[in-house]
Ligand binder design. Sequence first.
Ligand code: GLU
Length: 310
Amino acid sequence: MNKLLERLIEKNKYLVQYGQVADYIPKLKSANPEDIGICLLDMDGNMYCSGVYNKKFTIQSISKVITLMLALVDNGEEKVFSKVGLESTDEPFNSLYKLDLSLENKPANPMINSGAIIVTSMIKGNHEEKFNKILEAIRKITNNNTIDYNREVYESEKETGDRNRAIAYLLKNKGLLEGDVEEVLDVYFKQCSIELDLIDLAKIGLFLANGCRTLDGGYQGCNIEIATILIAVMTTCGMYDFSGEFAARVGIPSKSGVSGGILSVVPNKYGIGVYGPALDKHGNSIAGFGILKDLSEKLGLNIFKICKRN
Ligand code: GLU
């Protein structure tokens, strides 16, 4: 397996020249566009990693999967999905124009910023408790108490987050967001700034693949029904406005973030973390897509694949 992962990195590393590191949050600009890494964990506890896998990066939008889990546990499906839809969208992640259309009564899904900010607001507790719940969940899933948020990235997000601010105030105006807008945004900026490495990310993948349960059974974050919803939402909405094509070409439920991380889940089998900060025009790791596509083919991981019959 290690050899295979090494080969896939070698094969796909040329792609980084066609990508760009995110620069709309100034602190993200310092990432090395040449970095590529992957970690894969299986249900027997085996870990296979290759490339740049122990460098820390911020989780960014991948945090939206964890906040959705917590909001669903705290409020139940009916309440959460009365405020945010379950439909994919071809809008970019930070789009806000639809929020001002009178026909639209809720954001399309919890993976675009408008939906994710509502989801964060629905986690029970004041803003400090909300963030602590998110951080605690990630620490328990990864069994890594050293995980924290990166203060510089958080400050940078906060300083330049006017688009998210505009989204949140519109949501408040539409009655979709409860509580203090600035406090909810503060939690959102912090959750995006949580820093981890690929081993941690693969552990989150394995936790989801195992129905929101750590392998040792020490932490059960949600029930199997919620785990299924999380994986379905990743499949339909996890790769920005490339989610449909990603599903068709790779077929592995995944969620990416603008710092170049991709969290991938092969239900009942593997948790996978991929890192490559050079992004394509949709905001997904450009080499990460290539690696996952090849890995899916090599190991037959496409969940939509039909088996040949005689
Ligand atoms: N902090 C980012 C934002 O909301 C998250 C973006 C992402 O990873 O999609 O702008």
